[in-house]
Structure formats: structure tokens, C-alpha cells
Design a protein around this ligand. Structure first.
Ligand code: FES
Length: 101
């Protein structure tokens, strides 16, 4: 596993918000679920929709392309149990959000 990389400032991703970042060549979607930051693949496993552009309700993001729902804390797909998002460890150090990809 690689070292944690700075993905954002804490203020960039307030509660209920999302942000797309590219870390080590990996497109990651950061989500703030009630103050807890989560990181998952930004690319929807259905047809590649950008999940950071989806609507976030609680811990559920809805893909903007065909409305599959995902739990951003676990990566589970609520629409198709066979699909799953990769999740990445997140740490907050001071004002920095660090993600290990
Ligand atoms: S690309 Fe995400 S639901 Fe189709």
C-alpha cells in the first residue's frame, strides 16, 4: 500500500458535499457524510458515470447517469448487489484530507 496523499483541504468538502480528485492516477470521489469523509472510486461500475457529480443523500450517492445508488461508506451498490465500488482509507490531519490509494 502506498503512502497517504493529500486529496483536499477539509474546508473543500463540507458536510453533504463531494469532490473529485486524481491521486496517483486514480480518480477518487470524496464525500462528506455528516462530518465523516469517505473516499471511493469516482467511476461508476455500470457505464462509467462520475459519481462525485451525483446527488448525496445521507451516505447514499446516486449516479448522475442512470441513477444507480451506492453507499459511499462501504462501496456497496444498492441497485445491483453484484457491483461494488473500491473504497480508500481517509485520514484528516489538521486541515489536510489524506487518502491512501
Ligand atoms: S453509469 Fe452509473 S448508473 Fe449507469
Amino acid at each position: 500500500m502506498s503512502a497517504p496523499l493529500k486529496a483536499a483541504n477539509v474546508a473543500d468538502v463540507p458536510p453533504g458535499a463531494a469532490k473529485q480528485v486524481t491521486l496517483g492516477g486514480v480518480e477518487v470521489a470524496l464525500f462528506n457524510v455528516g462530518g465523516t469523509l469517505c473516499a471511493v472510486d469516482n467511476t461508476c461500475p455500470h457505464r462509467g458515470g462520475p459519481l462525485s457529480d451525483g446527488a448525496l443523500n445521507g451516505a447514499t450517492v446516486t449516479c448522475p447517469w442512470h441513477a444507480w445508488d451506492f453507499d459511499v461508506k462501504t462501496g456497496a451498490c444498492l441497485t445491483n448487489p453484484a457491483a461494488k465500488l473500491k473504497t480508500y482509507p481517509v485520514q484528516v490531519q489538521g486541515n489536510d484530507v489524506l487518502v491512501t490509494v
